[in-house]
Design a protein around this ligand. Sequence first.
Ligand SMILES: Cc1cc2nc3c(=O)[nH]c(=O)nc-3n(C[C@H](O)[C@H](O)[C@H](O)COP(=O)(O)OP(=O)(O)OC[C@H]3O[C@@H](n4cnc5c(N)ncnc54)[C@H](O)[C@@H]3O)c2cc1C
Length: 455
Amino acid sequence: MAGKFDVVVIGAGPGGARAARRCAQRGASVALVEKEFIGGICLNWGCIPSKVLLASAHTLLSAKCAAEIGIDIVSATPNWPKIQQRKDAIVAGFRKAMTATAKAHKIKVITGWAVVTKPNQIKVESDGQSIEIEAERIILATGSEPVELANIPFDSQTVISSKEALSLPQIPKSMVIIGGGIIGCEMACVYAAMGTKVSIVEALSRLLPMEDEWVGRLIEREFKKLSIDSTTGVKVTSVDITATPTKVVLENGQAIEAEKVLVSVGRKPTVDKKIVEALNLKMKGPAIVVNEKMETNVPGVYAIGDVIGTTFLAHGATTEAEVAAANAAGSNRKMTDYGLIPRVIFTFPEVTSVGKSEDTCKAEGLDISVGKGFFKGNGRSVAHNNTVGQIRVIRDNSTNRIVGITMVGSIATEFAAFAATLIGLSPEKLGQITYPHPTISETIEDAVMDTFGPF
Ligand SMILES: Cc1cc2nc3c(=O)[nH]c(=O)nc-3n(C[C@H](O)[C@H](O)[C@H](O)COP(=O)(O)OP(=O)(O)OC[C@H]3O[C@@H](n4cnc5c(N)ncnc54)[C@H](O)[C@@H]3O)c2cc1C
């Protein structure tokens, strides 16, 4: 036996890394097993690299319209190798920082493929070598993988997932993105800004179908300004990679030519089958089933993050990690309301929403009033030449409380946590908030006042 730990965490993404740290801070001896890179999808092929590329794309677009606010820039062009190098350096820097944090908390980081053999025994395989470790409790944080379309398999060259899309050697001339969800729309912004001819094909009736109708329509309209073509309500039937250029055929008979085809139709939980079998884990499809304490059907074995198929968001994983870590250390903590976990989309413009959407409220038959605030009337937004978008605040008339907020606009994601704090506040408390002037946040005040009137 190579080691005995109070807690062994499998998977060092945001969920696993946070759980390991919190267990260690509570005095547990902790091992964190990772088969690839510390930081998981989020740091290496997800949140961080995509935001680095979006930052370059945003700067490029701002430079191109700088003349509108009195700054003449002779030319602004992307230096793709430098953008990629910067992204890789940022990712490497955070990996180093996470490794140092683990060390500082005396967490034993083990590189290798972990397989649970019994509820308290784990085999870790690496480079043909295998070690056994023992754990009082286990936290599974093995993440997710991109959904592959049966008729359009990934080939990592032409038909790619977001992983390859983040590291393309050159800016492609054209790209078809199958799937107008979060990842598809964010990557569309990156490549459209870089000069790629981007076409999105979404099977449902609008872009960002998880958000309210008006959000998808507004994003589609703004995407047109970036020369992104959006085809909604139509499926892709086949992709001919033998044609030059590759041909993407839609069910309406239309064919779109593209150098790259990004398939972004969602992600699915992933966990080694051997772990599921050895523990006899209760599953719902590919997702591990947990209770509100994040515990699986096996006492002492917890699961968090994408592998339980709840939010598919890094901050959803870390929130669940806090709960699992507390319980693994002997507390009796329950998961907070999932409705309070904000959803964030870093498109141009950004989208954030928290609580219930208007569609959900209508489906639940709630009596609601919707207040609106517009950035075109906001001093700071006008000063920055970023007046696109609006904020909608949904009030449940029966309780006189805010039940949902959606924002579309520049840096909207930065207000996600604040928006979450407004959900359920009494009108008296809402009326006590002072919004500094001139800030973008005053538009939230406008929307709140529009639905509540004077407090
Ligand atoms: C392009 C893209 C952009 C995204 N942007 C955002 C964003 O802006 N904001 C946001 O909140 N979310 C974003 N996400 C989602 C976010 O990345 C995930 O929700 C988050 O990474 C999930 O964290 P996790 O800890 O559950 O798993 P992961 O980050 O997937 O980590 C799981 C880890 O477990 C390891 N592992 C699996 N099995 C084993 C095993 N048997 N042994 C050892 N190790 C194992 C894997 O190698 C991996 O490192 C994005 C995702 C993508 C793909």
